[in-house]
Design a binder for this molecule. Structure first.
Ligand code: G6P
Length: 372
């Protein structure tokens, strides 16, 4: 009913709008007064976490993209090697797991069969399993050694939005916590990022307030056949997530690519007026990546692409090559997905609506896939 949708036409719109609160709720009570993380709820003893020598993340769909982003954060802040694998592929390749492996299973519903089977396999090999989950008391957390709940609240739309952002927050918390518990040379950076996380909900809110041009643009692209998405570093999984949203909702051909791979194939796809969304890393931080992606934008535009550029405020280098420019607030490099994903959600939702699709219940898809 309209009341359940809180005055929005679709649950997805409501859930997109709820993201600042979902993000803030997922942080609530997990950062103490001194700016350290208190994750006592993660019932794996700190002594065990100190002995871990590898992290493996398993998940499906949108949760898998959260896992891909988590890998960058975990490896950077903990120096532990981290693999990310689609849960449906994981156990069939005889993965190397032991008691020193921490397996993180990410699932909004907590009922995805592939993810459940992957974590059962990991536990059989003696690994510790930490679930990141949005549904209290669901099967995946019940069968895990520990759980960190995302506090997104119920997500009804099939295409995941607020659950994804809170999965990212939970992944950052785990990465920072592992860094804190194990002690790394990044101690100062970890404390600074914890501070930045505390204000990130405001940044998400700010993005939501500037989405009208993105909606207008989406409507003009309703008859397109293909949209490509490019990103680097944590912007690469964001590009994959932007493409997934468009497939799920608009039933359009959409692909996400690592921008560095362009010249190894995807650039052959570029033709006149093909929309290409580019997620640009911050010009501060890892500025080499920024400069490389600016050249990528130049290259595709020279070949006729219509460039839709998502870039930090104050990033002037992209302006000459952006047919459409979407501004996002400055954040630390690793946290950028929290703000960069939002325009892609809005874009896909509006494009789907313009094409007359049922946004909350896309054809052929289910909210939770409980068969293998
Ligand atoms: C289904 C949903 C996706 C979701 C995926 C994983 O395919 O349509 O939106 O990302 O399952 O779901 P989970 O509940 O495990 O996060």
């Amino acid at each position: 009913s309209a009341a359940e949708k809180g005055g929005y036409d679709y649950f997805m719109l409501k859930e997109i709008a709820e993201q600042p609160k979902a993000v803030a709720d997922t942080l609530l009570g997990r950062i103490d007064g001194s700016g350290s993380l208190t994750l006592d709820e993660v019932r794996i003893p700190q002594g065990v976490l100190r002995e871990i020598d590898k992290v493996v993340i398993v998940a499906c769909g949108t949760a898998f993209h959260a896992g891909m982003i988590a890998k960058y954060a975990i490896e950077h802040w903990t120096r532990l090697p981290c693999e990310v694998e689609l849960a449906s592929e994981f156990r069939y390749r005889d993965p190397i797991l032991d008691a020193q492996t921490l397996v993180i299973a990410i699932s909004q519903s907590g009922e995805t069969m592939d993810t459940l089977m992957a974590l059962r396999h990991a536990r059989e090999q003696g690994s510790k399993v930490l679930a990141i989950c949005n549904t209290n008391g669901s099967t995946i957390p019940r069968e895990s050694d520990a759980v960190l709940y995302t506090h997104a609240g119920p997500e009804v739309a099939v295409a995941s939005t607020k659950a994804f952002l809170t999965q990212l927050v939970a992944c950052y918390l785990v990465a920072l916590y592992l860094g804190q518990v194990r002690g790394t040379k990044w101690g100062d950076e970890i404390r600074a990022v914890i501070r930045d996380l505390s204000s990130i909900a405001g940044a998400v809110d700010q993005v939501l307030g500037t989405m009208e041009p993105v909606r207008e643009l989406a409507r003009t692209l309703a008859s397109k056949k293909t949209v490509l998405f490019l990103g680097r570093h944590v912007g690469y999984p964001v590009a994959l997530e932007g493409a997934l949203k468009l497939k799920e909702l608009a039933y359009m051909h959409a692909e996400g690519f690592a921008a560095g791979e362009l010249k190894h194939g995807p650039i052959a796809l570029i033709e006149e007026d093909l929309p290409v969304v580019v997620v640009v890393p911050s010009p501060r931080g890892r500025s080499v990546l920024h400069d490389k992606i600016v050249s990528n934008i130049q290259e595709i535009r020279a070949r006729g692409a219509r460039t839709i550029v998502i870039a930090e405020e104050g990033d002037e280098a992209v302006v000459p090559y952006a047919d459409h420019l979407v501004r996002i607030p400055a954040t630390p490099t690793l946290l950028q997905p929290l703000v960069a994903t939002v325009p892609l959600q809005v874009f896909a939702c509006e494009l789907a609506t313009a094409r007359g699709n049922e946004v909350d219940q896309p054809r052929n898809l289910a909210k939770s896939v409980t068969v293998e």
